[in-house]
Design a protein around this ligand. Structure first.
Ligand code: MG
Length: 156
């Protein structure tokens, strides 16, 4: 068995009637995420956790920012790609745990949708996906300027 760890952080920009994509779920927010792709920081961290467990390089290496092909990219494709690498090596994902840090909006109402979205892409049963929701405890500048995610997985 191998454990994998991934992390991602994105800057945010205030935006009236903005929205963010978190684990594939679009959520209204008073800001938007600054990113070359769709900025789905949970998919980014989860993909890096899988790559890391496989001893592969990270998503910055595989899906470099600044290229036309990664511009506004649907980040679900990145996690799908990591899952293909897993399958190619005849390995299996046992569980995935993510910690999401965002000051606002409250993500609790979206937890189940995020869990099912992650389950769909990883083919894990929803019960093998942990989603922990945190804030930055109002600590500036993180609380006002960033969202982040840590992801952990175990593979066999
Ligand atoms: Mg990212």
């Amino acid at each position: 068995m191998q454990i994998g760890l991934g992390f991602d952080l994105h800057r945010i920009k205030p935006c009236r009637a903005g929205s963010i994509v978190v684990a594939g779920v679009r959520i209204p927010a008073p800001y938007r995420i600054i990113a070359h792709s769709d900025g789905d920081f949970v998919f980014h961290a989860a993909a890096d956790a899988v790559y890391s467990a496989l001893g592969l390089t990270d998503i910055g290496d595989k899906f470099p920012a600044g290229l036309a092909k990664t511009r506004k990219m649907n980040s679900r494709l990145i996690l799908e790609s990591a899952m293909r690498e897993l399958k190619k090596r005849k390995r299996r994902l046992l569980n995935l745990s993510v910690v999401i840090a965002a000051e606002r909006p409250k993500l609790g109402p979206y937890r189940q949708a995020m869990r099912h979205s992650l389950a769909e892409t990883t083919r894990l049963p929803p019960g093998k996906i942990g989603i922990t929701l945190k804030t930055f405890e109002n600590l500036a500048p993180l609380a006002e300027k960033a969202v982040a995610c840590w992801a952990n997985c175990l593979i066999k």
